[in-house]
Write a protein that binds this ligand. Structure first.
Ligand code: IMP
Ligand code: MG
Length: 192
């Protein structure tokens, strides 16, 4: 489908299995949190999942369908890799965060943790609203020297410090629809 792909890091099957495992971890944590609030998984409006668009869309679409929990979605959009860049240019919020997070159980989900700027930014803004709990999850955790200390509660896979695409992750807006997580052959990408 894409000749410019060098190799596959995670197949569809590996991704699906890991997403199911993450969903089980999330459900266990929510059961504990909601029991403390005297609520059940099916009680209204306690759990809000915040996908960081656009990269998290495929991961979140798969994950939430494995969560037998009453929840709502609150999208936000953060940009850090403008256009054809393969290193972070600093995180900028491109849309407001939901403003109804006080007292709720919030799970922020992103495709990948790289420098940590994106999740640190979103976390700081959400904490100002005093949620009942805040957890962070990513499909991928890139093993890169990090000056920002953000701990993710849910991590799909650790990956080496390489630029990856597929399963929602893009290069210059493309490859998000590739069903596997793959490494691009940089030499095959047209220079602009
Ligand atoms: P951070 O703010 O440096 O942690 O970067 C996180 C954001 O950068 C993610 O939400 C992705 O959108 C993007 N990103 C980081 N690494 C990659 C990659 O290897 N491929 C595609 N996008 C990436
Ligand atoms: Mg992103």
């Amino acid at each position: 489908m894409f000749p410019e792909i060098e190799r596959t890091l995670f197949t569809k099957h590996q991704i699906a299995t890991r997403v199911q495992e993450l969903a089980q971890e999330i459900v266990r944590d929510l059961e504990t949190d909601l029991a403390k609030d005297d609520h059940s998984l099916q009680d209204e409006n306690r759990v809000i999942i915040i996908p960081i668009m656009t990269g998290a869309m495929i991961f979140v679409a798969d994950l939430i369908r494995e969560l037998p929990v009453k929840l709502s979605l609150g999208l936000t959009s953060v940009r850090s890799y403008p256009g054809a860049s393969i290193s972070s240019k600093g995180a900028h919020l491109e849309s407001d965060l939901p403003d109804n997070l006080t007292g709720k159980h919030i799970i922020v989900l992103d495709d990948i943790l790289d420098s940590g700027q994106t999740l640190a930014l979103v976390k700081a803004i959400i904490l100002k609203q005093k949620p009942a709990s805040l957890r962070l999850g990513v499909m991928l955790d890139k093993q890169t020297p990090r000056t920002i200390d953000v701990k993710c509660d849910y991590v799909g896979f650790q990956i080496p410090d390489e630029f990856v695409v597929g399963y929602g992750l893009d290069y210059d807006g493309y490859y998000r629809n590739h069903p596997e997580i793959v490494i691009l052959n940089q030499a095959a990408i047209p220079k602009r």
